[in-house]
Design a protein around this ligand. Structure first.
Ligand code: ATP
Ligand code: MG
Length: 655
């Protein structure tokens, strides 16, 4: 295995004394979890300290910090007023509207209280749900923090989801109030939210009693009398509101959020208050190594779990300023093309920790590499990437360009914080290409044989990645309103053992580093041989003319299944010219046959201009597979660009 990114590679030579530091820390966390987490709990403020660190009496449910009372908003905002009231707390940059604005902790405190008072005036109290359907604007963060402040449960739905998906979430969450805005904007194109929201409420059996709307002046809005309220009017009425934090039980519900829906119907993940606050505070210290007074920049969206944990709560709990960004990575504040905008912001706001996704880096890779050396990036200590596999060429490119450690981290909406990565704050262990790293403290991660449930302990033995309970603080409490679904979906898939399944394949190498090999439903069976679609994809990616690839298994009368590859070529010739396509197809098939054997060779390689992905950038293999087998592709509400699937449909039906 290869070690990478210059700065840390040297530590390989002195690994013996260094290696043990994280291992010790990890051991304590799994051998004596109560003592370990009692210590971590000191990273946050409690109104009353917990009386019992862990209640695991009803597995698989884990209740952390029982008896303790605290508040997420207090820890994110009020707590910092004593030391850093006038330091930046939230920096908002929109390259869509050309806006740049900084809120200090004092200003954030006032904004959150205004919003909290507005929500309370609309009847929202402890335990009530507030659904937030917002673009990436500060008002979205104010609303989340305001809910946390008064003990309301927020349910953020990714802005720009269509009415149908919004309606099912309104029905599931049963919000008393919906917080929204006139519009979002993407690449200069205004997307009116209000008509989408009105239609969603019409479709939903549950009707919220009030809607609070931020008017950005981007799209006209028709207000429904008696139901709709302008946030600005309410804020004016509550301009000087003083709304104390409601002290909540650590085990109360802070929020619900839906998974991305890559493999099927999204699941409503429910999280607590105290465990989440402690988990985030600990991760900011041990994993991200972010320090109070510095700036954190996550390029995600508040609609995803990364946005909850590392745009809003995590950095603020750590006393850092969080940079909230609306726009593409390729447009400047003057709305002109600028592939260096993120690096310009890193320089300007002295960002120390940055968090993004491989999909965003692949977009940047198409920009002029000189943009990476144009700015002073010396403040930056590390770039974290998560959400999907980080391929080696992408990792190398950004690693060389930035000259700081690129840290892959593996986790899920369900976990709320990284499960497998490198804990830089404890020990700068080297990274290895293709591996997110080692299990994080608190996680007993195992690899099990999918059919027998037997633990696989040898190096490079492939199995299902699972977590042994009790799950650590911050991990999902249950599925919203459905404990049974939580138990049945996650804890019963491995025969004979009650373990949490990640539904991902993995291996562990001789040094204990994990490699994620794709999702458990991404396995195909060719003539009795089981093959991972991701391994075939990785092999195809090695061809110089391949920009992106998706491989799916398609039913075949003779072989059971065959592999089909859809490739986005780097140069467009294979898209326009049949001879070029045939030639490239042959080359790609040869690459796979040489590396993985003839069995893995795709039956066909088709060329497309884009691949179907979720709005969070994950490949929708299940939809491609369904289309190839002429089945209904199912729930497509989280898909980004429908034209991509259409193109595949046409290719398949013309074959
Ligand atoms: P659903 O569960 O609804 O199908 P989803 O699994 O895509 O959706 P998320 O919780 O957003 O929803 O994504 C978590 C998944 O993303 C992981 O289970 C894994 O498959 C993938 N993933 C996340 N980070 C990484 C990573 N660093 N390397 C490889 N895969 C990753
Ligand atoms: Mg999932």
């Amino acid at each position: 295995m290869q070690f990478w990114h210059g700065r840390q590679a040297d530590s390989k030579n002195q690994e013996t004394p260094q290696m043990s530091r994280y291992e010790d820390f990890y051991r304590q966390s799994v051998d004596a979890p109560e003592a370990f987490w009692a210590e971590q709990a000191r990273l946050i403020d409690w109104q009353a300290p917990p009386t019992q660190v862990l209640d695991a009496s009803q597995p698989p449910f884990a209740r952390w910090f029982v008896g303790g009372t605290t508040n997420l908003c207090h820890n994110a905002v009020d707590r910092h007023l004593a030391d850093r009231a006038d330091q930046p707390a939230l920096v908002f940059v929109s390259t869509e509207t050309g806006t740049e604005k900084t809120y200090s902790f004092r200003e954030l405190h006032a904004e959150v209280q205004r919003t909290a008072a507005s929500l309370a005036a609309l009847g929202v109290g402890k335990g009530d749900r507030v659904l937030i359907y917002m673009p990436m604007i500060p008002e979205a963060a104010f609303a989340m923090l305001a809910c946390a402040r008064i003990g309301a449960i927020h349910c953020v739905v990714f802005g720009g989801f269509a009415s149908g998906s919004l309606a099912t979430r309104i029905e599931d969450a049963e919000p008393k109030v919906v917080v929204s805005a006139d519009a979002g904007s993407r690449g200069g194109k205004v997307i009116a939210y209000k008509p989408l929201l009105d239609e969603a409420i019409r479709l939903s059996k549950h009707k919220p009693s009030a809607v609070m709307l931020t008017d950005r002046g981007l799209a006209p809005m028709d207000l429904v009398a008696g139901r709709d309220h302008l946030a600005a009017d309410l804020a004016l009425q509550h301009h000087d509101a003083v709304v104390p934090c409601t002290w909540l039980a650590a085990t109360d519900i802070s929020y619900t959020i839906y998974t991305s829906g890559t493999t099927g119907k999204p699941k409503g993940v429910q999280r607590d208050v105290g465990g989440y606050a402690v988990a985030l505070a600990a991760s900011m210290k041990h994993i991200f190594d972010g320090r109070a007074g510095e700036t954190y920049f996550s390029t995600s969206d508040i609609g995803w779990v990364v946005g909850h944990s590392y745009i809003v709560y995590g950095p603020l709990i750590a006393g850092m300023a969080t940079l909230m960004y609306e726009g593409l990575p390729t447009q400047g504040i003057d709305k002109q093309p600028d592939g260096g905008i993120w690096w310009r912001l890193v320089e300007k706001y002295k960002v120390t920790v940055m968090f993004s996704a491989p999909t965003a880096v692949r977009v940047l890779k198409k920009q002029d590499p000189a943009l990476l050396s144009k700015y002073d990036l010396s403040s930056l200590r590390a770039l974290f990437l998560a959400g999907e596999p980080l391929d080696e060429p992408t990792a190398r490119w950004i690693s060389n360009g930035l000259g700081v450690p690129i840290i892959d981290n593996y986790w899920q909406t369900e976990s709320g914080w990284p499960m497998i990565t490198i804990a830089n704050g404890i020990e700068a262990k080297p990274s290895k290409f293709g591996s997110p790293g080692v299990p994080m403290y608190g996680y007993r991660i195992k690899i099990l044989h999918e059919a027998t449930g037997e633990e696989l302990t040898g190096p490079n033995e492939k199995g299902v990645v699972v977590v042994e309970g009790p799950t650590p603080p911050g991990f999902m409490q249950t599925v919203w309103k459905d404990d049974q679904r939580f138990v049945d979906t996650y804890w019963k898939s491995v025969p004979g053992k009650m373990v949490y399944s990640t539904f991902d394949w993995g291996i562990r190498d001789e040094d204990g580093y994990f490699y994620i090999l794709g999702r458990t439903d991404d396995v195909i069976n060719v003539a009795g041989h089981r093959l991972g679609t991701r391994e075939i994809e990785e092999s195809i990616s090695g061809h110089a003319n391949v920009a992106e690839v998706a491989v799916v298994g398609v039913a075949d009368a003779l072989k059971g299944q065959v592999a089909m590859a859809f490739v986005v070529p780097k140069d467009g010739r294979a898209l326009a010219d049949a001879d070029a396509a045939l030639k490239l197809e042959g080359e790609i098939m040869k690459v796979v046959a040489d590396q993985l054997g003839a069995l893995a060779r795709p039956a066909r390689v088709r060329f497309v201009s884009g691949l179907p992905k979720t709005r969070s950038g994950k490949l929708l293999r299940r939809a491609i597979q369904a289309v190839c087998e002429q089945r209904d592709p199912g729930d497509l509400t989280t898909m980004d660009d429908p034209a991509t699937l259409q193109q595949i449909k046409q290719l398949v039906s013309s074959a």
